[in-house]
Design a binder for this molecule. Structure first.
Ligand SMILES: Nc1ncnc2c1ncn2[C@@H]1O[C@H](COP(=O)(O)OP(=O)(O)OP(=O)(O)O)[C@@H](O)[C@H]1O
Length: 358
């Protein structure tokens, strides 16, 4: 067993369609297919991909908000599917979520103080003094004044509300935070502030972060490693530096080419990805990316490419760029043994740019 904080093995989620009382599902949405990765303590793994590729479903599976069709989620080596009610409660305490829209995920009737101390109060009784001290501490941790504890979410800016969402997630001192499009709804300058905050907190508190985003610009600033998803599958997983310096999968290459380039010295790659993501109800045979891929060959139309280890922990699923026949025998079978992180959070400093909150 490796020492990973979180390990995901062959995770699969199919949603039945057209099912009902006495009615069999007519088809299924293949939201997540055979996804494997691991996350170390203090590490940031970003999951990136176009809308509908299964990112949020992975987040929901990690939080056990939905049950998998197949595969496992392990925390410190223990399968969460086998946890008792009591163990699951303890597990939930270690894993917290930050959502895209803090407004809809925060109870508008409660004050900031009540919102951020609520999770802790589910586990232990707090008196007024303890509650206020906890709220003040958490607000300060996320860069807000303790006086804000008396305000309600409607009296706050978008950035302040997202800070509140983060403070709430921190209240149980989690080992892992899952942030699903946590800055997508914010202005660019506020995004930078929240990203800096997440990186700072992570470094101070050693929290691991699974950061889900469709925005490669954001991902590049905070990731240690990046998993690129396409139509439910991981197609490439690499360190952030390696991925952006030299994307290997044609889809990763196209995504990076299509992303806005803040650095004018970086050479833009050729044409960005064209066409729509196919339906996960009826995905293309073989490599799901082949209808949009400029490199597709006959094999891509027939066989699903396996994730193949390339170098430095990078794995790629592409018959053309990472043909499976080149895999050393010892490295072939389980992705659980590859794609381990190459850098620790201590090696890495904050990469988010400072900005001003509106
Ligand atoms: N409860 C559900 N029932 C049926 N299909 C679902 C359900 N939830 C998600 N899906 C489908 O599963 C696929 C993956 O959705 P998911 O929300 O995980 O993708 P995503 O990458 O997070 O996209 P977005 O960024 O737009 O949220 C989509 O086709 C979506 O329509």
């Amino acid at each position: 067993m490796s020492g990973s904080l979180l390990k995901v093995e062959n995770l699969t989620k199919h949603y039945p369609l057209g099912a009902g009382f006495l009615k069999k599902p007519s088809s299924v949405v293949r939201a997540v297919e055979d996804v494997s990765f691991s996350v170390e303590a203090g590490e940031t793994l970003c999951i990136v991909g176009e809308s509908g590729c299964g990112k949020s479903t992975v987040a929901r599976l990690l939080m056990r908000l939905v049950d998998p069709t197949g595969g496992r989620v392990l925390i410190d080596g223990a399968d969460i599917a086998g946890l008792t009610k009591h163990e699951l409660r303890a597990w939930r305490r270690r894993m917290q979520m930050v959502f895209q829209d803090p407004y809809s995920s925060l109870n508008p009737r409660l004050t900031a103080g009540q919102i951020i101390t609520e999770p802790a109060e589910n586990f232990e009784r707090l008196n007024r003094k303890q509650r206020n001290a906890l709220a003040a501490d958490l607000l300060q941790k996320v860069g807000m004044s303790p006086e804000m504890m008396h305000r309600r979410p409607s009296e706050m800016s978008g950035g302040q509300r997202q800070r509140l969402g983060i403070a709430r997630a921190l209240s149980l001192k989690p080992s892992l935070i899952i942030a699903d499009e946590a800055v997508s709804a914010l202005d660019v300058s506020v995004q930078a502030q929240i990203l800096n905050l997440l990186v700072d907190l992570q470094q101070q508190m050693g929290i691991a972060l699974v950061f889900i985003s469709h925005d490669l610009g954001v991902v590049e600033h905070i990731a240690h490693r990046v998993a690129v998803m396409y139509l439910g599958r991981i197609v490439e997983l690499a360190t952030c530096e390696a991925l952006f310096a030299k994307p290997v999968h044609p889809y990763t290459e196209a995504l990076i080419a299509a992303a806005p380039v803040p650095d004018p010295t970086r050479v833009r790659l050729e044409a960005p990805v064209e066409g729509e993501v196919p339906s996960p109800v009826n995905p293309p045979r073989g490599c799901a990316f082949h209808p949009r891929c400029p490199l597709a060959v006959e094999r891509c139309r027939i066989e699903v490419p396996p994730l193949v280890p390339i170098a430095d922990g990078r794995v790629v699923a592409c018959h053309v760029r990472a043909p499976a026949t080149y895999v050393p025998a010892a490295a072939s079978s389980s992705l659980a043994h590859v794609a381990e992180p190459q850098t620790s959070s201590a090696d890495r400093t904050s990469r988010a740019h400072p900005g001003h909150e509106h």
